[in-house]
Design a binder for this molecule. Structure first.
Ligand SMILES: NC(=O)c1ccc[n+]([C@@H]2O[C@H](COP(=O)([O-])OP(=O)(O)OC[C@H]3O[C@@H](n4cnc5c(N)ncnc54)[C@H](O)[C@@H]3O)[C@@H](O)[C@H]2O)c1
Length: 386
């Protein structure tokens, strides 16, 4: 197998998650890690035997031996780093959202197409085996006609006024928070599984904590579960949403609804959707990812437990362990990266290939959905996505 040299930019929650997943797929050498937090980067480099540690991502762009980069930095850096990588001819696996706005994402989408680069966004939730199975059974018509979809993405890590992270600052995270951060996953998932695009939205977004206590020192993402009053803090104004309720229409006029919130106590990462069809319905929740609920009118409902021998053959390749052996969050990026690096290794022009992973075109459309949701809520009307 040809070894592909790659670099990971960012040494936080996702930087570490990408590295761990890359170490499990084989055929990839992580040649460099880049971070503005050098002690963290050095510690990761030592743990995973990564040769180079840089504080400036431009070093990676200059290294001709590096074929691909993983961009795991805060959102405002996605455009700049992805653009530099595309100009340097590197394949890109970017964290979501692709950038903080559709105009910048359009520039990147055009650039990666022009330079024939493999481009992917880490919409990792697509890669649970039962999600791939659900997609296949919908494609085969087992649900019949889709009547409606519904669901939520709820978290509690920003529940308290004292919870703070860079995601609360629009200049770092973008104009939308809960919708862009977790609503984007929900929209990607529902469009991926159904094969239908969200075309119109009507949204009502809300902010519970109009001010928050910003610690004078940085706090790691998802770190604290208890109120930590040991930090000195400043009371700062919050300009982004804690959550929202969104109704929408697909291209074919069928309807859906979902709720996002980062202030729902007890909901750690409750990402759930239901799809109601004319023959049966399905429901899935990320916190129990090895179970797919199947609902019927005429007989008892069923729960399909992840088991490669019971999945559609197209889906079973994403299950690496037998039935009864749960697969979870870290396996999503692993499955995604396997697809991405297979395509890189093939040397094929990604534009001509059918891809299971989200690419920059999908990321651009996500930006358009997010912008439409914010606009709809502000103007209190339906907004169409073009
Ligand atoms: N797909 C998912 O499930 C998922 C989950 C969490 C986060 N994310 C995305 O991942 C990205 C990173 O989020 P996170 O939670 O890992 O944040 P984080 O704060 O834990 O990590 C960000 C990292 O970027 C580094 N960094 C900051 N400026 C830099 C620079 N100029 N050059 C190099 N490195 C720099 C920081 O030192 C830190 O290591 C975000 O875009 C977020 O939306 C995706």
């Amino acid at each position: 197998m040809k070894i592909i040299n790659t670099a990971v930019v960012g040494s936080g929650f996702m930087g570490a998650a990408h590295i761990e997943a890359l170490r499990r797929i084989g055929g990839v050498n992580i040649k460099a890690i880049v971070s503005d937090d050098i002690p963290a980067a050095k510690s990761i480099a030592e743990k995973y035997s990564i040769a180079e540690v840089y504080s400036d991502y431009k070093k990676v762009m200059e290294d001709k031996e590096i074929d691909a980069i993983h961009n795991c930095t805060p959102n405002y850096l996605h455009f700049e780093i992805n653009k530099a990588a595309a100009e340097a001819g590197k394949h890109i696996i970017s964290e979501k959202p692709l950038t903080t706005n559709a105009a910048d994402s359009q520039v990147l989408t055009d650039l990666v197409k022009k330079n024939k680069l493999v481009n992917a966004i880490n919409f990792n939730y697509r890669f649970y085996p039962l999600i791939q199975h659900a997609k296949r059974i919908i494609e085969k018509g087992e649900l019949g006609e889709i009547y409606m979809v519904h669901g939520h993405y709820l978290q509690d890590w920003l529940f308290y006024k004292t919870d703070y992270n860079w995601r609360l600052e629009p200049e770092i995270s973008g104009a939308s928070r809960a919708v862009a951060d977790i609503g984007s996953h929900w929209c990607d998932m529902i469009q991926f599984i159904t094969g239908m695009k969200i075309k119109k939205v009507f949204a009502d977004i809300f902010t519970i904590h109009n001010t928050r206590l910003k610690p004078k020192q940085a706090v790691e993402t998802f770190k604290g579960k208890e109120i930590d009053t040991s930090f000195d803090s400043d009371e700062v104004k919050i300009n982004t949403e804690d959550g929202g309720n969104i109704i929408f229409q697909f291209e074919n006029g069928r309807r859906g609804v979902f709720t996002v919130s980062q202030v729902s106590a007890g909901r750690k990462n409750s990402f759930e959707f239901g799809i109601d069809g004319s023959k049966k319905a399905i429901k899935w929740n990320q916190e129990e990812p090895n179970q797919l609920w199947l609902g019927y009118r005429e007989k008892a409902n069923e729960i399909l437990i992840k088991d490669p021998s019971l999945l559609d053959p197209e889906a079973s390749r994403f299950a690496h362990y037998p039935g009864g052996h749960p697969e979870g969050y870290p396996d999503g990026p692993k499955n995604l990266f396997m697809q991405v690096y297979e395509l890189i290794r093939s040397g094929k022009d990604p534009q001509n290939e059918k891809k299971v992973f989200a690419d920059f075109e999908d990321g651009l459309y996500e930006n358009k959905i997010i912008e439409a949701i914010i606009k709809s809520s502000t103007e209190e009307r339906w907004i169409e996505i073009n």
